[in-house]
Design a binder for this molecule. Structure first.
Ligand code: AHR
Length: 313
């Protein structure tokens, strides 16, 4: 409590006076672009001055941005950590400067737990489990070879989505991950890696399902499957994470099967937490968990696509 009380110093009384620095990862995916856009919208609504620094996927750029925010003496720092390790020094500097840090959408290693105020994230192990459970239920008892497109190496969400999925399918010996490689959360790499999986798996005929840690990689994989003469969504099942408009478009066209939603509105709960902390001294819970909801082709994907596009995606 005394550490958090110290952070209260220097915070202005009115939300309208807040200046917050946001070290954003980059624009690797549709979800990421939406998160940036929604963050700007929610900050504008609360009259918060949000300074966004795009790190172009590089941790060193994020560290530089955080140091620059500290030098500017911002009221709080939001950090979407590209990887989970290597934050201790810079977060200690923020703490010494009495600037509270909120993690958005990804975690850092537990060793850094007392270096940030709260984390607004989904349960990414659960997301992987939801994807794995859906696949197991859909496949039933037949043998199923799965290929996996992992997110960025070292990112908490990539490790957790893998762990949750692996644990869920371990209960079903007929399901087996036969190939697993990073596609770095991008559409282009998802396509490239899927092309190599198809080649290695006899033209793709032995692949029963694709699990991708995000929808963008799946959209790339769908393109690769189509170019190889395969029928994603029909011959090959797909399940991914994010629920961006383009996956609903693919679902509506019968080329994708399922996705687990990750809200792009991480900044809203983070701003609420910072505002309450600043004005009333309310210490938020260490983890503000966002919802993870499964969508399948049975959920009227065209309608969801129409309602989602234009929301910052
Ligand atoms: O950290 C969240 C993940 O980062 C999203 O699922 C992915 O699309 C993004 O790049």
């Amino acid at each position: 409590a005394s550490a958090t009380a110290a952070l209260l110093l220097a915070l202005p009384a009115n939300a309208a006076e807040l200046t917050i620095g946001f070290s954003q990862i980059g624009s690797e995916s549709g979800w990421r672009a939406a998160e940036t856009s929604v963050s700007k919208q929610v900050a504008a609504k609360r009259k918060v001055n949000l300074k966004i620094a795009d790190a172009q996927q590089k941790q060193e750029n994020q560290i530089k941005a955080i140091r620059s925010f500290i030098a500017q003496n911002v009221d709080a720092i939001f950090l979407a950590p590209v990887v989970s390790t290597g934050w201790d020094s810079v977060l200690k500097e923020a703490k010494e400067a009495k600037i509270p840090v909120v993690l958005l959408d990804r975690d850092i290693d537990p060793s850094g737990k007392d270096l940030y105020l709260t984390a607004v994230t989904s349960d990414s192990v659960h997301e992987g489990a939801v994807a794995g459970d859906w696949l197991a239920k859909t496949v039933g008892t037949k043998a199923c070879n799965i290929v996996e497109l992992q997110g960025t190496v070292g990112a908490s969400v990539a490790a957790n989505r893998k762990k949750g999925f692996d644990t869920a399918i371990a209960k079903h010996p007929n399901l087996k991950v036969v190939r697993s490689q990073t596609g770095d959360f991008t559409r282009a790499k998802g396509k490239e890696v899927m092309e190599s999986f198809i080649k290695a798996e006899g033209g793709g005929k032995s692949i029963c399902a694709v699990y991708a840690h995000n929808d963008d990689m799946m959209v790339g994989a769908i393109q690769a499957m189509k170019e190889a003469g395969l029928k994603p969504g029909k011959e090959i099942l797909t399940v991914s994470i994010d629920a961006v408009p383009d996956i609903f478009k693919a679902m509506a066209g019968g080329e994708a099967n399922a996705t687990v939603e990750l809200t792009p509105n991480m900044a809203g709960p983070a701003l609420d937490a910072i505002a309450a902390f600043k004005s009333k001294g309310t210490v938020p819970p260490k983890w503000i968990q966002t919802e993870s909801k499964l969508y399948t082709a049975a959920d009227d994907p065209q309608k969801i696509y129409d309602s989602k596009k234009g929301l910052g995606y």
